[in-house]
Design a protein around this ligand. Structure first.
Ligand code: MN
Ligand code: MN
Length: 470
């Protein structure tokens, strides 16, 4: 081959990942910004799984989705909320459900601090809440930073109340104090990072003004109880029947002089939840049924009645079969699930410029390079991964290429460096095809995760294309 022929050959055969910014049209660049603004608004409204369910319900209803529990079936668009912590949406296809649905499944829980059931105490004349962290956090990232409380409490009379403190500009915030460097040498600095910060010390500072004079016992704790009693009618026992989540108090923000990125808490996995929601709300009369699932509990292993290991999927699909007059026998339900194609919509860790040594660069996902197809997750030799088949990867590649989706592949870190899992394997048990597809994030699992606006745009486009495919 001569020089030109080699160049041509190279163009035809060598895969070169594309940067999304390089392929966007002017019109698309405007859409990128609009989408990013919608997404930031969503993130600020949906900082907990319950809030994500509420926002999703509202948006679904506004787009004509009906609660599957309601009578009537005119719209062909249904949703189900389960235990206020997970939700599913479905759009009826032209093909029967037993032919299989196109399913996108994301999770709406994020790492955080949860209050314990007996949270309130005082120590050296300050009042605190005890916490137990939820999901994989780096403990030091939660210290010396403003935090907000998002709570659901069931009172003794059975009534339920929600509260949020720390999100409004005029609200107070809370924090976990950290040690001054002058005194941190022995108890923190000289220790291994994994031992330097104890979960039991992630106590949230909530007050310092006592109720009454010196003669009053527990007056700092009492002062906190006074606030909750006067404002919400709560007593201490009510905390035992509550879920109070401590999350970063900051709002989602643009990052960079060019405003090309978004910084916010909870983007794992609400960037995928938002994109899946955006995609399914835009679908009308697809060839195959379209479904989006938004699960809770992924960050602690998908256990529990609202996690992906529960029977939420089959219960919903079974009821959809009945609702739309299809054969709703167990056999047909199994057929519907088996014939489905799914995307486990979750994020991957982007190649970190400062810690490139934990990645294998040829196979690491990069910020700005579009939706990342993650064939396998797991750790220590793919252990615990559902590991998608070549045939299905081929199907996804064709959908993406046919629809001009900028995509990349990724794995979570070098071999034997660490790893992680997603909900893919819990849907794979039905026999359906499934693979992880989502954007890559920097600072993943931190209180301020970083995404690319270009990736957000491409992920929404990719999910839409997936739903639109027969
Ligand atoms: Mn995730
Ligand atoms: Mn995660």
């Amino acid at each position: 081959m001569n020089k030109k022929q080699i160049e041509d050959f190279k163009k035809r055969t060598v895969r070169k990942p594309k940067l999304v910014w390089d392929v966007l049209t002017n019109k698309e660049n405007i859409q990128v910004d609009q989408l990013a603004d919608d997404y930031k608004f969503y993130l600020d409204q949906a900082k907990t799984e319950r809030e994500a369910v509420a926002v999703t319900t509202k948006k679904a209803e506004a787009s004509g989705f009906e609660n599957i529990e309601d009578s009537g079936n005119s719209s062909g668009k249904y949703y189900r909320v389960f235990r206020n912590k997970c939700i599913a949406l479905a759009v009826v296809g032209k093909n029967p459900l037993s032919a299989g649905a196109r399913i996108i499944a994301a999770h709406i829980d994020s790492p955080r601090l949860d209050l314990k059931q007996n949270p309130l105490y005082q120590e050296v004349d300050l009042a605190f809440f005890k916490t137990h962290y939820y999901g994989g956090i780096r403990k030091y990232q939660w210290m010396a930073t403003p935090l907000a409380l998002h709570g659901k409490i069931i009172k003794a009379d059975g009534s339920s109340m929600d509260f949020v403190i720390g999100e409004d500009e005029t609200d107070p915030v809370f924090t976990v104090s950290d040690l001054l460097p002058h005194l941190a040498a022995k108890v923190q600095s000289e220790k291994k990072l994994s031992e330097a910060f104890e979960g039991e010390k992630l106590n949230v500072l909530i007050g310092s003004h006592p109720l009454g004079g010196e003669e009053v016992e527990d007056r700092f704790k009492l002062s906190v109880l006074q606030f909750f009693y006067e404002k919400y009618g709560l007593v201490e026992e009510d905390f035992t029947c509550a879920e109070i989540e401590v999350v970063p108090a900051a709002k989602a923000r643009d990052i960079g002089l060019d405003r090309s990125m978004i910084g916010a808490y909870g983007q794992d996995d609400r960037i995928c939840a938002f994109s899946a929601l955006h995609a399914i709300l835009g679908i009308d009369k697809p060839e195959s049924w379209a479904m989006a699932f938004f699960f809770d509990k992924e960050e602690i292993g998908s256990d529990g009645n609202t996690g992906a290991k529960s029977h939420f999927v089959e219960n919903f699909v079974s009821d959809l079969l009945a609702k739309t007059g299809e054969d709703d026998t167990d056999r047909n339900l199994r057929r519907a699930l088996l014939n489905s194609m799914a995307i486990s919509a979750d994020v991957n860790g982007a190649l970190d410029p400062d810690y490139q040594e934990v990645h294998e660069k040829r196979n690491a996902a990069r910020l700005g390079y579009g939706v990342c197809i993650t064939k396998f997750s797991g750790s220590g030799g793919k252990y615990g991964s559902s590991d998608a088949g070549a045939e299905y990867l081929g199907t996804i590649r064709k959908i993406f290429n046919d629809n001009h989706i900028v995509w990349q592949t990724g794995e979570l870190g070098k071999v034997d460096e660490g790893g992680g899992g997603t909900i893919a394997k819990f849907l794979a048990v039905y026999g359906m095809e499934i693979v992880d597809c989502g954007p890559a994030l920097l600072s993943m699992h931190s209180p301020f995760e970083i995404s690319s606006k270009a990736d957000l745009f491409m992920v929404c486009k990719a999910y839409r294309a997936f739903f639109s495919t027969e």
